[in-house]
Design a protein. Structure first.
Length: 145
């Protein structure tokens, strides 16, 4: 069983942002909707351990500009289905899904991730060949020396 970790570090009114550590230790940043009590299509998902399953997805096809047909779905989320990891730079471009980015940045006063299509390609390459894959979502925890 391989676990990748998403540590959320910013809970803002416009979105939720974190750091995603891939199996090859590469770090990507993530963009999600703000926490709105796990409402379908409007909220990020609760912290927890979730199984990832690769599947074909129209949203992946559209958001990747046709470069990808399949992506990773976050499964077993209480009360939720069809939560995909796919390209997007802003929380308003998501409907409860998770978007990877190369960097986290504030652009024109709004939180965003950058180069999401490139980050999605990095993620897909790093996860290629995995079958028993899980996503651990947790808040960032400061470690003091």
């Amino acid at each position: 069983m391989q676990v990748i970790t998403l540590e959320r570090f910013a809970y803002a009114t416009d979105g939720t942002f974190g750091r995603l550590q891939l199996p090859n230790d590469r770090i990507l940043y993530t963009c999600e909707r703000p926490w709105l009590n796990n409402q379908t299509g409007k909220s990020c998902i609760p912290d927890g351990l979730y199984k990832l399953q690769k599947r074909d997805s129209g949203v992946v096809r559209r958001s990747s500009g046709g470069d990808y047909i399949s992506g990773w779905e976050v499964t077993d989320v209480p009360g939720r289905t069809y939560i995909m990891i796919h390209p997007a730079n802003w929380p308003h471009q998501l409907e409860g899904c998770i978007a990877p980015g190369m960097n986290y940045q504030i652009i024109s006063g709004k939180n965003a991730v950058t180069q999401s299509r490139l980050a999605f390609s990095v993620l897909m390459g790093a996860l290629d060949g995995f079958e028993d894959l899980y996503l651990q979502i947790k808040p960032y925890s400061m470690v003091w020396p």
